[in-house]
Every structure is written in C-alpha cells, then in structure tokens.
Design a protein around this ligand. Structure first.
Ligand code: AMP
Length: 178
C-alpha cells in the first residue's frame, strides 16, 4: 500500500465539525500508528530535501502541526520552534493578525529565536484556505528568517490555499490532496 493509501484510510472525515457545512479531516487516528507517523515524517523530509534543498529549522503551527513537526526536526537534527495562537507563548512575542471567514485570528512567535538567514520550513497538519500558513510565513520573515517552504500532511485543493502561500515560497509538499 502506498503512503497516500495509508493516509486515506487513517484520516477520518467528520461532517459538520466544528460547524455545519464543514467536513473536518480528523488526523488523530494517524497518531495511533507509530510506524505511519515515522513514514510521514520520512516522506516529508525526503521530498523536501530532494526537491527544495537545505532547511535550518522547522516552524510548527499550533497545535496539530506540533506532532509531525517535531519528528521532522528530529530526523533532520535541526531546531523546532512553535507559532501559537495569541496569548499562549510566555516570553516576548511578535504577532500577525489575519482574516478568517468570519472575523480575524492572531498568531504569535517568540522574538529572537530565529538566527539571521535561517531557512525555515513551515509545517502544519493541513492546508485549507492558507491564512494560517501565510501568517506563519509573515512571522518568520518579521523575525529575519527565509521561508524555505511549506509541508502539510493534507491539502484541501478546492480552497486554493496554495495561492496565498506560494508568494512566500514555491516549495510545497503535501502528502495527500482532497
Ligand atoms: P487555513 O488557515 O484555512 O489554511 O486553515 C488551516 C488550519 O485550520 C490548520 O491548522 C488545520 O488544522 C485547520 N483546518 C482548517 N480546515 C480544516 C478541515 N476541513 N479539517 C481539518 N482541519 C482543518
């Protein structure tokens, strides 16, 4: 079975969550399978390094980006830092506010964590409209990093999130597209 087939089986569709009309892709069954987690991280690392070159750090997006993000960083033996929702990071932060379908949301990054000219891979579980990944890219740039690219377990093609993030980097890895 290919990795895509395994992901297709593991990722569970939950209709009308968190609100009516949204088909939620529940990735939590993936983490019941240790080997699958390893395969996902390995595939992202191989794909990214083969196609897109050197990475100095992983920026993992709260909260479902943390799971595979840390595995990627460990495999590459490089640092990981989180980007979190407003008010969660304890030390000095910079923030970026972006539009949601209704209202806005704010993400934050600890200041001073990115070393000058680091090439940073931004990782999250899923690319939907792209607003979240774009906010992470803005924060990485605000802190002096280069956006080396983006990696996701899954991508919802019909929401065109790609269009929002490609201006930051053409390097994009998604293991399964819906
Ligand atoms: P977006 O900013 O629209 O690209 O949304 C991306 C973030 O929202 C990711 O952190 C996902 O975990 C979450 N997300 C958005 N839509 C879905 C969905 N249909 N199923 C699962 N997670 C989603």
């Amino acid at each position: 079975m290919t990795l895509k087939d395994k992901l297709d089986l593991a990722i569970r569709n939950v209709p009308d969550f968190p609100k009516p009309g949204i088909q939620f892709k529940d990735i939590t069954p993936i983490f019941l399978d240790a080997k699958l987690c390893d395969e996902i991280a390995e595939s992202i690392v191989n794909n990214f390094l083969h196609n897109h070159g050197k990475v100095d750090a992983v920026c993992a997006i709260e909260s479902r980006g943390f799971f595979i993000g840390i595995l990627i960083a460990q495999k590459l033996n490089i640092p990981l830092f989180p980007v979190r929702k407003k008010g969660k990071l304890p030390a000095e932060t910079k923030s970026f506010t972006y539009d949601l379908e209704y209202g806005t949301s704010t993400l934050e990054i600890h200041t001073g964590v990115i070393k000058p000219h680091w090439n940073v891979m931004i990782h999250d579980d899923l690319l939907a409209t792209g607003g979240t990944a774009m906010a992470a890219a803005e924060l990485v740039q605000m802190e002096g990093g280069n956006v080396a690219g983006f990696s996701f377990i899954a991508e919802l093609d019909f929401l065109n999130g790609k269009d929002k993030i490609l201006p930051y980097s053409k390097n994009l890895v998604s293991l399964i597209n819906y």
